[in-house]
Ligand binder design. Structure first.
Ligand SMILES: Cc1ncc(COP(=O)(O)O)c(C=O)c1O
Length: 369
């Protein structure tokens, strides 16, 4: 029987208070003055000087509304990635694009399918629309077409994959991606979130754009937060079939990306040297970290992103939670990922050389080597 008693105050709609709020990476270590933040996969090299100049120049137009369609940025992104400008949607970070996709497609009782260790924002977006969240197993921390397709039914509206994954760092090969798309009904949207795609260097990696170009049901999302180092400015975008871009734009808050953010993003796109350096840094230090941490006897999942996922023993004194606390005391903030269903693991952003060396040394001490 539904509760018939009169309400004494406004109540959120069903399901809202069951949502676990998103937990960002920590940025402070108790008792340490200037800790190194390796917990949010930010760009450890900072950001482009050209973006800084563009952001600073935009201060002169603080009294003006931005161009709601972000036309100059639209043209810049379309030109850089060779995409049709009218198929782009921009958001206050990718997060907003993901939320808007949920709002466009989900009715109460519909569902989304994502990986068991998938990015938390997908589930929050779906639950906010009273959608059900179905989580596919990720054997060896990898998404597979078979596992995802097992969960798809007549109420599935969206399938979210992260390419490469957060927090796993793994990716679906081109053929797996193709098998997933082939196995989906044509009215289910496949969202390929490429927040870390620029850091991938495996020849089998597929960013999804080719598939999206010719499909009516594939959306690729990208962000300026990671490779371009503009996380604070909140600019993300999606490459959608035209009919989906049209639908998303109808619910998009009219001025959702600021002038300063749009202009800094355009400038960042024009700084190929900063981007190249950022990729080169990760490609140089990621395998070093994997090898060193593996050498300490820790389980390391091979990563294509700007972070590594590290598994710890279960023995008291050596667990992931204890390692996280130990590293924090040394001024190194890493990310516990129990909320991603991985209580025995830590996610660690690839740092500067001195950070990486300090991290390995600290973990070596922690493990008593
Ligand atoms: C997989 C994934 N998608 C999207 C985002 C959000 O990106 P944005 O900063 O553009 O909202 C993140 C940020 O951590 C992420 O890890």
């Amino acid at each position: 029987m539904p509760d018939q008693s009169p309400r004494t105050r406004p109540e959120p709609k069903p399901g809202i208070l069951d949502i676990t709020p998103y937990k960002p990476g920590k940025s402070q270590a108790p008792g340490v003055a200037n800790p190194v933040k390796l917990s949010s996969n930010e760009n450890i090299l900072g950001f482009s000087d050209k973006a800084r100049a563009a952001y600073a120049a935009a201060v002169e137009r603080m009294n003006l509304y931005p161009d709601g369609r972000a036309d100059a940025l639209r043209q810049a992104v379309a030109g850089y990635f060779r995409l049709e400008p009218e198929r782009l949607v921009f958001g206050d970070g990718t997060d907003e694009v993901l939320h808007m996709l949920c709002q466009v497609f989900l009715e109460p009782g519909d569902n989304i399918v994502m990986g068991r260790y998938g990015f938390g924002a997908y589930a929050i977006g779906a639950r906010a629309c009273q959608g059900e969240v179905r989580m596919a197993d990720e054997p060896n921390h990898r998404l597979t077409a078979d596992e995802l397709l097992k969960h798809v039914d007549g109420r599935t509206r969206l399938v979210f994959i992260t390419q490469p994954g957060n927090p796993t760092g793994t990716f679906m090969s081109r053929s797996e991606l193709r098998a997933l798309h082939d196995g989906l009904p044509p009215d289910v949207v496949l969202v390929i979130d490429g927040a870390y795609a620029e850091f991938a260097d495996d020849p089998a990696f597929d960013d999804g754009f080719d598939m999206a170009r010719g499909a009516q049901n594939v959306v690729v999302t990208r962000t300026f937060s990671k490779i371009y180092g503009l996380a604070a400015l909140r600019v993300g975008w999606g490459y959608c079939p035209a009919h989906i871009a049209d639908a998303v734009d109808r619910i998009r808050p009219p001025f959702n990306t600021s002038i300063a953010a749009q202009e800094a993003a355009i400038a960042a796109l024009g700084d190929e040297e900063f981007k190249r350096r950022s990729v080169a840094h990760v490609v140089r230090w990621r395998p070093w970290l994997e090898q060193q941490l593996g050498g300490l006897g820790l389980e390391v999942t091979p990563s294509q992103a700007n972070f590594v996922l590290v598994g710890f023993p279960t023995a008291p004194g050596r667990t992931a939670a204890e390692a996280e606390a130990f590293l924090a005391r040394r001024g190194l903030i890493v990310r516990g990922v129990a909320n991603y269903g991985l209580p025995g693991h830590l996610r660690i952003t690839v740092g500067l050389e001195e950070h990486n060396r300090a991290l390995v040394e600290a973990l070596s001490d922690f493990l008593g080597r």
